[in-house]
Design a protein around this ligand. Sequence first.
Ligand SMILES: CC(C)(COP(=O)(O)OP(=O)(O)OC[C@H]1O[C@@H](n2cnc3c(N)ncnc32)[C@H](O)[C@@H]1OP(=O)(O)O)[C@@H](O)C(=O)NCCC(=O)NCCS
Length: 174
Amino acid sequence: MFSLRTATAEDAEALAELGRRTFFETFAKDNTQEDMARYLADTFSPALQRAELKDASVHFLLLLARGKLAGYAKLRPAAANARGQRPLEVCRFYVDRPWHGSGAAHALLEGALEHARANAHDDVWLAVWEHNVRAIRFYRKHGFTRVGEQPFQLGADVQTDWVLARPVTPEQSR
Ligand SMILES: CC(C)(COP(=O)(O)OP(=O)(O)OC[C@H]1O[C@@H](n2cnc3c(N)ncnc32)[C@H](O)[C@@H]1OP(=O)(O)O)[C@@H](O)C(=O)NCCC(=O)NCCS
């Protein structure tokens, strides 16, 4: 039911729309209208998305469900850290709401890990809002653990993100 492909310039509008809508659906209830409006305008316009798609250091992996866009991951190499020499950062990881709980997110994460393996990354990390319990549960069941925290600015509000990480290849299967 699910397939994956790399995004192209033609995907800019669809990615901007899905990113904007998913962010709003997930976080609007916990933030002010002003903070949300500012963040959405600063982050998800088609023009910004087009520029991100032109950035050769960034890889956008699309998840298709029955041929239609159902999610995406924004991936980019990160600086070496205490856990890895060649870490990969998952900068965004969004699955469209109708597909939550369907296994779509699992397929997307497997694709991201495959991308990491193919590009010789040894560690994968991401930042997730400390109160995003659904996402934290999802990452934990896929082997991520909390390794730190960092601030996240949403409009005028400074929030706390947890930093979660896992080896690309889990220890037990090495
Ligand atoms: C995060 C995301 C990719 C996870 O995908 P998903 O399909 O929802 O994940 P799953 O259903 O496989 O796993 C979620 C788990 O959280 C559990 N869960 C759901 N709501 C919960 C809640 N309020 N409190 C605690 N656990 C919750 C689910 O039961 C499930 O656990 P289980 O498999 O043990 O039953 C998806 O929800 C998403 O795109 N959300 C919006 C954007 C987002 O938050 N992205 C992450 C930013 S870092």
